[in-house]
Design a protein around this ligand. Sequence first.
Ligand SMILES: [Zn+2]
Length: 232
Amino acid sequence: MLLDLIIGRDANSQQLRISSADGKINKAVGAAGSVPMNVSRKHAQLTVNDDGSCTIRNLNAANITRVAGQPIVIKQISIGDLVDLGESRYTLNWDFIRPLIPKTVDITPLKQVWEKYHHEKLSLQIAAGKFNALRSATGLITMIAIVCGFLWHDSPIYFVLYGLAIAISLGFTIAAYRKSASAPIKQDELDRNFKREYVCPNPECRHFLGFQDYEILIQNSACPYCKAKFKK
Ligand SMILES: [Zn+2]
């Protein structure tokens, strides 16, 4: 079901009142006083089904609802059909109904966007972990070299170890400089791309849906910004 509307007479203005059960739709149609008293407040229910077809149901046995002149209880109706509510006659107008149907958007492609982001973020974290381990190892080598220097300061082994420690420390310092310069940029770029891609598929919305797991996102029934329903 795409849309479910209650149609009846507004008790105050005597206009046609079209409303949805959740209160999101509440429209008065026609001029004040235009709907006769034999149209009740909840006269008929108009349902737009998932396949786009429309069904009208008479809501009360005391009401009269006719389609093409024939009294009905429930009947599928087509665009342009004449519908009588009591003594009031209407035509099913798709241009009026269509804007009332909440948009449905397919969010399944966002699963891949989330997984890619999550995977790349983990890779960056693993790289940072490896880098920290390397830094610890370099510190240890330098310390060993210094201790060895104290023990064997006359031996050539001291120069070899000390030279090696300096080379490693120097290599690490250069790597650290490059890394510290590029790591935040990579993370920033990753976040920026993600924000651009992890958005509501409704072209009129395209709002970023937040740094939340896809499995949590699909627990929502609709986009919180444009209210388009999620087709899962
Ligand atoms: Zn949206």
